[in-house]
Write a protein of this length. Structure first.
Length: 94
């Protein structure tokens, strides 16, 4: 391994440690994937809601609402049909 390779490896490890944070149980790396949802000006589409549900990790503790990912994923279409109008209403601030 050359000195340049060692330096690159050292910087890689440094930035992995700095950029892959876990803040209050929220993995920032995962959060970055969904940042575009936060900067949108239009309500989420059904497809985006489906993708968000499918992205949730299974076999994890439920959140403050006590709803696990397994429950949401059991029948994604039904859940989205019920949740989407509510999410749009919340998004619009009504």
């Amino acid at each position: 391994m050359t000195i340049a390779d060692e330096q690159l490896f050292t910087w890689r490890k440094h930035f992995e440690k700095v950029l892959n944070l876990d803040i209050n149980g929220i993995n920032v790396t995962v959060m970055r994937k969904f940042y575009h949802f936060l900067s949108k000006t239009t309500p989420p589409t059904k497809t985006e809601v489906i993708n968000a549900i499918n992205a949730k990790k299974t076999r994890k503790a439920a959140g403050v609402d006590n709803i696990t990912a397994e429950v949401l994923k059991a029948d994604v279409r039904l859940i989205v049909d019920e949740l989407h109008p509510l999410l749009v209403q919340i998004w619009k601030g009504e």
